[in-house]
Design a binder for this molecule. Structure first.
Ligand code: NI
Ligand code: MN
Length: 226
């Protein structure tokens, strides 16, 4: 069993096989966050790109929990300089960890770090954990190669729908058609006025036009992939 818990924006805790993987822990300053960063104790933290609403509290949580940060080489080096354990990956590369496998995928976006330094290319991540495949798209535009990501069955796709900085609902619906996941969970919306969306309308369009089911998680809610 794999449990996905949503903490608002693009932050998810993914638990499986007794391990906890936290993705894009934007907690402090996240108006939707139902928790404090001190309540999180992951084994690994995956950072899709360097923007503050994704890197978030990574350094603080990694130091307090001892979690290893998995990200591209540039971001991994950045957090290592601040005293974190890290494992560098890059786009297209996968590695095995105690929870399973993580592979960075392409994402069409930007990625500078909070101090203005170069964050490398932004990414999404494809996780294999406890027999499930979970795709977190990071911040991205729609791209046709999502078709390849879905070529092997994706159990859950976590897709941005906020528009403005990422795909909006229409392009996210196209992404669902390319990936054909069993379940899609919308993210990166409603955090700020500029990314306000109607997730119920998105869910209705997904379930009308695809075979995927759409699960809307409120911050703090979980969903189990069984
Ligand atoms: Ni971003
Ligand atoms: Mn973002």
């Amino acid at each position: 069993m794999v449990r996905l818990t949503y903490y608002g924006h693009s932050c998810f805790l993914i638990e499986g096989g007794g391990k906890k993987v936290l993705i894009d822990p934007y907690v402090t300053g996240n108006p939707l966050s139902p928790i404090k960063s001190t309540e999180l104790s992951p084994d690994h933290i995956i950072v899709t790109h360097g923007h503050g609403d994704h890197l978030g509290d990574t350094v603080e949580i990694a130091k307090s929990s001892g979690a290893t940060v998995i990200s591209n080489f540039e971001i991994a080096s950045y957090v290592e300089k601040q005293g974190c354990k890290m494992h560098p990956l890059h786009i297209g590369g996968a590695a095995k960890f105690d929870f399973g496998t993580a592979k960075l995928t392409i994402a069409h976006h930007g990625s500078c770090l909070p101090d203005g330094s170069y964050g490398g290319n932004p990414a999404g991540v494809l996780l294999e954990i406890a027999g499930k495949r979970v795709y977190h798209a990071g911040d991205t535009a729609l791209f046709y190669d999502m078709k390849l990501i879905g070529r092997r069955k994706v159990d859950a796709a976590l897709l941005p729908i906020g528009d403005n900085f990422t795909m909006g609902p229409e392009d996210a619906l196209e992404a669902v058609k390319l990936i054909e996941p069993a379940v899609v969970v919308p993210m990166h919306y409603d955090t700020f006025d500029i990314v306000k969306q109607d997730p119920e309308a998105f869910k209705a369009s997904v379930e009308k036009e695809t075979k995927s089911s759409c699960v809307i998680l409120k911050p703090g809610e979980s969903y189990e992939l069984s």
